[in-house]
Write a protein of this length. Structure first.
Length: 251
């Protein structure tokens, strides 16, 4: 597998290279800027897979695609909140939030190997992406969801949802009246629909509503445990790699 890393922070690039080596994935090239990447793509065969940071030292990495028709699969590495990523409308394999978690990296590589498209055509609306990254909070977000209860459709208001969670391949909304409703969506789809000031994805499994947090408790391995007002069916743990962003979100 021919793999390159485009990352402006050289220590982060080297760390990602080491993590990939542990997964028997050899990185052939590391690039660190838009300018360097454009020159490299114009003079070298394109790789099968790119680990691509969104924000580089000399601009957004999307600027590479304005000049070069990249025919590679992409796994994004980024510090941007997840809600912004869906707006990129790219046919990417996956994305990884910094700091990169070993297990999530392994899952992304496994996913790529399972799909492994021969070619990949990128479809970019760069101006829309740029506007979103500059001022993402001007977007409109969903205020309500519908769910089927027997023969009836029920409206669930977003501000009444204590948390959204996944279980047994289903996505549920746990509301302040103690009910759990199955939704016809996924947590990934919710990334573009939930207001980032109100909802935060604390782990792969949970989004929590800041207005329904009852308590936050120190947990093992520098993690945090969240208690909500009504939802008590399962423990909600902030994953270690998201603790820092979670604390910033609380402020």
């Amino acid at each position: 597998m021919n793999v390159i890393i485009i990352e402006d922070e050289k220590p982060a690039a080297r760390r990602l290279g080491r993590l990939l080596a542990d997964l028997d994935v050899e990185v052939s090239t590391m690039l660190h800027s838009v300018e360097e990447s454009i020159e490299w793509f114009q003079n070298n065969p394109h790789p099968e897979l790119i680990f691509l940071d969104i924000q580089l030292s000399d601009g957004l990495s999307f600027e590479i695609f304005d000049v070069v028709d990249v025919q590679s699969s992409i796994i994004f590495t980024t510090a941007y909140d997840e809600y912004a990523l869906q707006a990129f409308k790219l046919n990417s394999i996956d994305y990884l939030l910094k700091p990169i978690d070993d297990e999530e990296l392994e899952n992304a590589v496994r996913k790529y190997k399972a799909v492994k498209p021969a070619t990949q055509k990128l479809s970019l609306d760069f101006e829309d992406i740029k506007k979103l990254l500059i001022n993402p909070l001007e977007r409109e977000y969903k205020k309500r969801f519908t769910t089927r209860v027997g023969q009836h459709l029920k409206i669930v208001n977003a501000d009444e949802v204590e948390c959204f969670y996944s279980e047994n391949k289903g996505t549920y909304a746990a509301t302040s009246d103690g009910r759990n409703y199955l939704l016809d969506t996924t947590l990934e789809n919710l990334e573009t629909e939930l207001h980032p000031e109100t909802f935060f994805r604390v782990s792969r499994k949970y989004y929590v509503n800041i207005n329904h947090i009852k308590d936050i408790i120190s947990y093992t391995n520098s993690r945090l445990k969240i208690k909500l007002n009504r939802f008590t069916e399962q423990e909600i743990i902030v994953s270690r790699e998201r603790v820092k962003d979670f604390k910033l979100w609380l402020e």
